[in-house]
Design a protein around this ligand. Structure first.
Ligand code: PLP
Length: 397
């Protein structure tokens, strides 16, 4: 079954009782039992729920494995992996460019529990080999990364990690299984902020963990019930609905991102564009090899002041200034002040995360409108500079 057909048909049979084409929402906390302990596979909705089970089956189909568990947020999903696999004295290796929330949960929650976090350039094989010790349980890969869209070679990194006995976790949020299949490249666990492209409409907060096999999955699945951060049946249903158009949406997001990257790279107020589809992007060749498209996100550094960045991101017509990404409505974000503000300024500077970096999440609008909106914002900066020049000349003369 091809990908688009899977998003619509895999694990989505018509409902047996009524023939309903679309799966009902089993909005129930508990289930009637025939006798104590005798039930039809469902006893309590923290443990299991038919709408959630259906979503987990669909996600597993899309990533090409048998094991998926969904959580109340992407970070709850990450937390389940860390809790399942890290014990005091253990180590985890993470890339320099990592989502701010991942950085925060590791440094603020797990580091105080004597987990050592080694943040290195995982693209540097020598550095990776040196960073993995006998105590390293996990190597974390985010690719493409948030916010600079760096691309890491999942296959090569997995090889190094596996040779040294560490498990590989891939955050596949930005690529989605439509563009990237981490299990085929060596990943042992995949994590998603389902909130983003998978749900796709900016109306759900949700996460997922998928695992290569039952043994790797079991400790994570156990925590789903034992610690309880499960999404509601209604949220699971919204994601099931969103997933049916995943291919269509991803194609449009990617087309829009490519058009925007092309328009921005020629502009003199743009210092640098980050989009894996551009030939000059350092991860372009790896992206061509390991992804079937370049994703839907674009970031760029404005050649401008903090005030100009602020005005640009705050006054777009179609790009709403907001956290998050991956919805049908375009969003713009200023990572240094928003998504990545939890990383201290000096750390951000060390990681190369500039204060003038702007992250765009083009939606499914028409590319012409999105490009025009951005170019208009850049033109407004130029006009304001000209006006200031004229005013300065008048007052001087
Ligand atoms: C790459 C990545 N991973 C994980 C998360 C966390 O997901 P959530 O916000 O659903 O908890 C995010 C959120 O922005 C993200 O961008």
């Amino acid at each position: 079954m091809e990908f688009a057909t899977r998003t619509i048909h895999a694990a989505q049979e018509t409902e047996s009782g009524t023939g309903a084409l679309i799966a009902p929402i089993f909005q129930t906390s508990t289930y009637g039992q025939q006798a104590p302990g005798e039930h039809r596979g469902y006893d309590y909705s923290r443990t299991n729920n038919p709408t959630r089970a259906r979503l987990e089956a669909v996600l597993a189909e899309l990533e090409g494995v048998k094991h998926a568990a969904v959580y109340a947020s992407g970070l709850a999903a990450e937390n389940a992996i860390f809790q399942a696999y890290l014990r005091p004295g253990d180590e985890i290796v993470i890339p320099l460019d990592t989502y701010g929330g991942t950085y925060r949960i590791l440094n603020r929650v797990f580091k105080p529990m004597e987990i050592e976090i080694r943040q290195i350039d995982i693209a540097d094989t020598g550095a990776l080999e040196a960073a993995i010790t006998r105590k390293t349980r996990l190597v974390w890969i985010e690719s493409p990364t948030n916010p600079r869209l760096l691309v890491y070679d999942i296959e090569a990194i997995s090889q190094v990690a596996h040779d040294r006995g560490a498990l590989v976790v891939v955050d596949n949020t930005f690529a989605t299984p439509y563009f990237q299949r981490p299990f085929e490249l060596g990943g042992d666990l995949v994590v998603h902020s389902v909130t983003k492209y998978l749900a796709g409409h900016s109306d759900v907060i949700q996460g997922a963990v998928l695992a290569k096999d039952a043994a790797i999955f079991e400790p994570v699945k156990f925590l789903q019930n034992a610690t309880g951060p499960v999404p509601s049946p209604f949220d699971c249903w919204l994601t099931l609905r969103g997933l049916q158009t995943l291919e269509l949406r991803m194609q449009r997001h990617a087309e829009n991102a490519a058009a925007i990257a092309e328009a921005l790279r020629k502009h003199e107020l743009v210092r640098r564009v980050y989009f894996p589809g551009l030939r000059e992007h350092p991860g372009h060749e790896i992206a061509r090899r390991q992804m079937s498209g370049f994703g839907g996100m674009v970031s760029f550094e404005l050649e401008g002041t903090a005030e100009e960045v602020k005005r640009f991101v705050s006054s777009r017509r179609y790009f709403t200034l907001g956290e998050s990404l991956g919805g049908v409505k375009a969003l713009v974000c200023h990572p240094a002040k928003m998504t990545h503000a939890s990383i201290p300024a000096e750390e951000r500077a060390k990681l190369g995360l500039s204060d003038t970096l702007i992250r765009l999440s083009p939606g499914c609008e028409n590319a012409k409108d999105l490009v025009a909106d951005l170019l208009e914002g850049l033109e407004q900066i130029e006009l304001a500079r000209d006006e200031r020049h004229v005013a300065a000349a008048v007052s001087a003369g």
